[in-house]
Write a protein that binds this ligand. Structure first.
Ligand SMILES: Nc1ncnc2c1ncn2[C@@H]1O[C@H](COP(=O)(O)OP(=O)(O)OP(=O)(O)O)[C@@H](O)[C@H]1O
Length: 302
């Protein structure tokens, strides 16, 4: 049984379409990234998965359950960190975690360890959350999402507000969850974060699915960056047939993003020029993503 199965999910807010006929399967035990620009429909999808929004159309199954109709059965098995965490300001950190665990309806075997790892000390946890910094609130959000050791963790832009050291702890927590066989769905617009943590990634745009691929596959299938350096101080110059690859000049140096199958042909032409240095690298996921974003992708035909 897949951890998440979404078929033809559509959510409309009046005239605005948040998600449009989205279908997606997340396998048990994978760390799955949900990537897309602002307004792409990530939060809307996650809220439909967690039973906080009623889909306009389509079918959603989470751990084999209907998130709306079987919310109480699902609650102990799922952890959710919303993008905008709203807390009761007068409650302390501990009281907040207690309240949320009551809603989860499950014991909290991991709370102590998580607070330790994230540096939420007893003095902090006994203070009202109104005095918490943004990062402290986000840490509390992470603890509540994981404290009951849920089978599925759904995280909406989880590293927002976390400093780099705490982000490292967060990545380690994700790895632990994955090693323990838990499923993680993580939404982000931070590409290196997804590249680092996820096995597969869905890219969404304008409420529609652009592609689902392994992170490795996405990078592999996408462009290579050819960087040429001319060392003669003459700056930009015509590159013949390689003009097709939209050269980006910086002084005597030029970058071209070229599909993998075209690299050898492109180099043949380019090396006839008087080049001082050449490097060819796999484009990062961010470039792959921008490429997809520009391409339109398969949904343009829908
Ligand atoms: N409550 C709402 N009422 C009206 N429109 C909404 C509402 N929530 C979301 N939308 C619209 O639905 C679309 C998808 O929004 P959503 O918040 O799901 O995107 P997102 O990918 O999470 O964006 P971001 O990265 O900015 O958080 C947007 O056009 C947004 O304006």
């Amino acid at each position: 049984m897949p951890a998440i199965e979404v078929t033809g999910l559509t959510k409309k807010y009046g005239d605005v379409t948040g998600v449009d006929r989205l279908s997606l399967t997340v396998r048990t035990g994978e760390v799955f990234g949900f990537l897309g620009p602002n307004g792409a429909g990530k939060t809307t999808t996650l809220r439909c998965l967690t039973g906080l929004l009623r889909p306009t159309a389509g079918r959603v199954r989470v751990l084999g359950l209907d998130p709306l109709g079987e919310r109480l059965r699902l609650a102990p098995r799922i952890g959710y960190l919303p993008g905008e965490l709203r807390l009761y300001p007068e409650l302390s950190g501990t009281e907040t975690l207690d309240l949320l665990s009551a809603l989860q309806g499950a014991p909290v075997p991991r709370r102590g360890e998580l607070c330790d790892r994230l540096g939420l000390t007893t003095p902090i946890l006994t203070r009202p959350v109104s005095g918490y910094s943004r990062g402290m609130k986000q840490k509390l959000g992470l603890v509540q999402a994981l404290q009951h050791d849920p089978l599925l963790v759904v995280l909406d832009e989880p590293t927002e507000g976390l400093d780099p050291l705490v982000q490292e702890t967060f990545f380690a927590l994700l790895q632990d969850a994955s090693a323990a066989g838990r499923t993680v769905l993580l939404s982000s617009h931070i590409l290196p974060e997804v590249q680092r943590t996820c096995g597969r990634v869905a890219i969404v745009r304008d409420g529609r699915l652009v592609t689902v691929e392994s992170v490795a596959g996405l990078r592999e299938a996408r462009a290579r960056r050819i960087r040429l350096t001319f060392d003669d101080g003459q700056g930009p110059r015509p590159l013949g047939a390689a003009e097709l690859w939209a050269p980006q000049w910086q002084g005597d140096r030029v970058d071209l993003l070229v599909p993998p199958s075209e690299v050898v042909g492109a180099l043949r032409g380019l090396l006839a020029l008087h080049v001082a240095d050449v490097t060819v690298e796999e484009a990062g996921l961010d470039e792959a993503f921008l490429d997809l974003y520009r391409d339109g992708g398969p949904e343009e035909e829908a």
